[in-house]
Design a protein around this ligand. Structure first.
Ligand code: SF4
Length: 364
C-alpha cells in the first residue's frame, strides 16, 4: 500500500512513547515530523483547505486518548438487527478514501488521522471488561472508526494486540481492513483468537469508489495468507451498491472468494445495503463528484437515510445470500444496519437479539 502523508504531528506528552519512536523511525524521510503541546488542535479541520476532511487523512497525529477506548458500535441501534460488536478505538480516520465512507460525516469536525500512544490503557480497559463479564464471549474490533491495519507497518500495534488477545479466553478480536498490510500478523501466533475480516467489493466498485484500498484480488490473497497462518477469516459485503449489472458483479466476486478460500473455513459473511444520511450524501457527492455510484436513485427510508429502493435492495441481498448458502449452509450470514423487515425477506427469519448474535459470532 502506498498511503500519502503530508505531516506527522506528535503530542509532547507522547514524545517518549514506544509508538512515537516507531512512527518516527519508520516514517518516509520526506514527511516532516512536528511536535505540539496539545494535539486536539491538530486534529481539527485545516482552515482554508479545499478539502479539510481529505487533508486530515494525510496528517497523522500521535496523541494521548482522553476518552475511553471501548465503546458500543456506533452502527448499533434498536431499529436494526445488530451484532453486538464492541469497538476498541485505537485510531481515528483512515488514509484510504472510499466515497461512501460514513467517517466523512462522523469525523467531519476532527478529521486528523489520530493514533493513540497510550494504547496500553486500552488493553487494561479490555481486561477490566472481561473480568466484569466472566463466561461471556466478547467480540471486539478496531475497524469501526479506522481501518484496523492501515499504517500497521508504521505503528506495529497489531502484533501487541493479537498477542494480548491470544491469552484471553472468551475474547475474539476482529481486525477489519481493506488493505493487504498483513506482514506483522504473520509473525504472531493468534491461537485462534483473532479474526481478520475484509470488506469485499467487485472490481467495478473498487475502481470507482475505493481510492487507495488494496484491489479485490489483493484482499483475497491476503486473506488466504492469514488463514494459512492460523487466523480466522470473515468477510463483509457491505455496502452492497445497486447499479446496472451489480448482481452479476457481486455473484462473480463471491465465486472468486470461494475459489480462493474454502467456504468451510469462512467464519461469517455480513451483508448490508448502501445507506447514507442526507449530510453524508451531500459531503460524499461534494468530495467525489465523479463517482457514478453515488448518483443512484436512492429513496429516503424511515430511518432518515437514503437507501436503495426496498424491493431492489432485498432482491440483490437475497441473491447474494442464496449464493453463499449454496456454497455452504454452515457459513454464518448476518445483515448489518438493515431493518427486521429486510432481515425476514433476505434471511427468511427475524433477526436474533444483539447479545445472541454477538456471542454466536464470537464463538465462530
Ligand atoms: S477503508 Fe473503511 S474507513 Fe477507510 S475510507 Fe474506506 S470505508 Fe472509510
Amino acid at each position: 500500500m502506498n498511503f500519502e502523508l503530508d505531516e506527522i504531528v506528535i503530542e509532547e506528552r507522547c514524545r517518549q512513547s514506544a509508538l512515537a519512536a516507531r512512527v518516527i523511525s519508520r516514517a518516509p524521510a520526506a514527511v516532516p515530523v512536528n511536535f505540539t503541546a496539545d494535539a486536539r488542535d491538530a486534529v481539527r479541520p485545516a482552515i482554508g483547505a479545499a478539502d479539510p476532511f481529505g487533508a486530515g487523512k494525510r496528517r497523522m497525529v500521535v496523541m494521548h486518548r482522553r476518552a475511553p477506548f471501548l465503546m458500543a458500535c456506533p452502527a448499533g441501534s434498536s431499529e436494526f438487527a445488530c451484532c453486538g460488536y464492541l469497538v476498541l478505538v485505537l485510531a481515528s480516520n483512515c488514509p484510504m478514501d472510499c466515497s461512501y465512507c460514513f467517517l466523512q460525516e462522523y469525523l467531519a469536525d476532527n478529521p486528523g488521522f489520530q493514533v493513540y500512544a497510550n494504547y496500553a490503557d486500552a488493553f487494561a480497559e479490555l481486561e477490566r471488561t472481561l473480568r466484569r463479564t466472566p463466561g461471556r464471549a466478547l467480540r471486539v474490533g478496531t475497524g469501526e472508526l479506522a481501518d484496523s491495519l492501515a499504517f500497521d507497518r508504521m505503528t506495529g500495534i497489531s502484533r501487541e494486540l493479537v498477542e494480548f488477545c491470544a491469552l484471553r479466553e472468551g475474547l475474539l478480536l476482529e481486525l477489519k481492513t481493506k488493505t493487504d498490510e498483513i506482514d506483522n500478523l504473520l509473525t504472531v501466533d493468534s491461537r485462534g483468537r483473532t479474526l481478520v475480516s475484509w470488506t469485499l467489493s467487485p472490481p467495478q466498485v473498487f475502481s470507482s469508489s475505493e481510492k487507495r484500498t488494496a484491489s479485490p484480488a489483493a484482499r483475497l490473497a491476503a486473506a488466504r495468507r492469514v488463514l494459512d497462518a492460523g487466523y480466522k477469516v470473515g468477510f463483509h459485503l457491505d455496502p452492497v451498491i445497486a447499479y446496472p449489472g451489480a448482481e452479476r458483479d457481486y455473484l462473480a466476486l463471491l465465486d472468486d472468494l470461494f475459489d480462493t478460500i474454502s467456504p468451510a473455513r469462512i467464519a461469517f459473511i455480513s451483508l448490508g445495503g448502501l445507506r447514507m444520511t442526507p449530510t453524508l450524501r451531500t459531503a460524499a457527492r461534494r468530495r467525489h463528484p465523479h463517482d457514478p455510484l453515488l448518483c443512484g436513485e436512492e429513496v429516503l427510508a424511515p430511518d432518515g437515510r437514503y437507501r436503495t429502493f426496498t424491493p431492489l435492495r432485498a432482491s440483490l441481498l437475497r441473491a447474494l445470500e442464496r449464493r453463499i448458502a449454496a456454497a455452504s449452509p454452515a457459513i454464518m450470514r448476518y445483515l448489518c444496519m438493515e431493518p427486521p423487515s429486510i432481515h425476514r425477506r433476505v434471511l427468511g427469519h427475524a433477526p436474533a437479539p444483539a447479545a445472541a448474535l454477538g456471542a454466536a459470532l464470537a464463538e465462530r
